[in-house]
Design a protein around this ligand. Structure first.
Ligand code: ZN
Length: 282
């Protein structure tokens, strides 16, 4: 491990810790980080010593979301598709480019990680916004510190939520509409009340509490855990999550295309700075 790794991997007992490591950019997720996360999750799945995976963010914040403005933004970089069988986005235009790219690095990767055969716990402190919310959504459990806050403000871009649209299934339709319609942040406590977060703990005991939950889960038989995870995920899909999300992904790309058609870009002229101005509605 080096300080320049955008994702670090460490095993503590029976728990693998996968840590997003761009704290200077609040762990904004570029493609380099996406593929490093994918590699780390793959390593944890194959590591026989590992029963449970913790997804963490270095520094004060879990994740500010997708990288839409750091010097490490890498939209035009080629990668070998891992999540979906589709052509590479580099060199394509318009919707062809955006659909190929987002289906691979956002929706496809999130679905792939959501179905990892080992339990994954998100350990969340500080900001968990938009693309960061997607990362928390794909984890099986969420342990949040009392300073954590969540939000999906991309309706400001004229886009109906982030690509992995799990909101109605995770927090319920009414809360989903409130947080999307307002773009407001919501606190760990509200997330707990909506059933999205398993535990809210003091900031200084976040690690201790998260690893205690992981150790407790690790006492169960591994194959039984994998089947149980699949059982719950299958039921979630039977509740319409997968097909609902697929239809919303179409609306999402219609919004990107509309923005590009009538404005200057597919993000509705918003950038990292303007998106940061998220009011605190919690
Ligand atoms: Zn998008």
């Amino acid at each position: 491990m080096t300080d320049t790794d955008v994702v670090t991997y460490e095993v503590r007992g029976t728990t693998a810790v996968v840590t997003m490591n761009r704290p200077e950019y609040r762990n904004a997720q570029n493609s380099q980080m996406t593929y490093a996360l994918d590699a780390a999750f793959g390593r944890a799945v194959e590591d026989d010593a590992v029963s449970v995976i913790v997804l963490a963010g270095a520094g004060k914040h879990f994740s500010a979301g997708h990288d839409i403005g750091t010097p490490g933004r890498d939209v035009d970089v080629h990668y070998d598709n891992a999540a979906v069988m589709w052509w590479d986005h580099v060199g394509r235009e318009g919707g062809d480019l955006r659909y190929a790219r987002e289906m691979e690095v956002y929706l496809g990767m999130c679905r792939r990680w959501r179905d990892l055969p080992k339990p994954v716990i998100a350990m969340v402190q500080g900001a968990c916004i938009a693309g960061g919310l997607m990362l928390a959504f794909v984890c099986d459990l969420i342990v949040a510190s009392d300073d954590a806050f969540f939000g999906d403000p991309v309706v400001r871009m004229g886009i109906p939520g982030v690509e992995y649209f799990a909101h109605p299934w995770v927090i319920g339709p009414r809360a989903a509409k409130e947080i999307l319609f307002t773009g407001d942040r919501f606190s760990a406590q509200r997330a707990y009340e909506w059933g999205m977060v398993n535990r809210v703990v003091p900031r200084d005991t976040l690690e201790q509490e998260t690893f205690a939950v992981a150790a407790r889960i690790a006492e169960m038989p591994r194959f039984g855990l994998a089947l149980t995870k699949r059982a719950v995920n299958n039921c979630e899909d039977a509740m319409g999550m997968r097909t609902g999300m697929e239809s919303v992904f179409g609306l999402h790309h219609f919004a990107h295309a509309h923005n590009a058609e009538v404005g200057t870009d597919s993000l509705g002229g918003m950038d990292a700075r303007s998106m940061k101005q998220v009011p605190d509605g919690s």
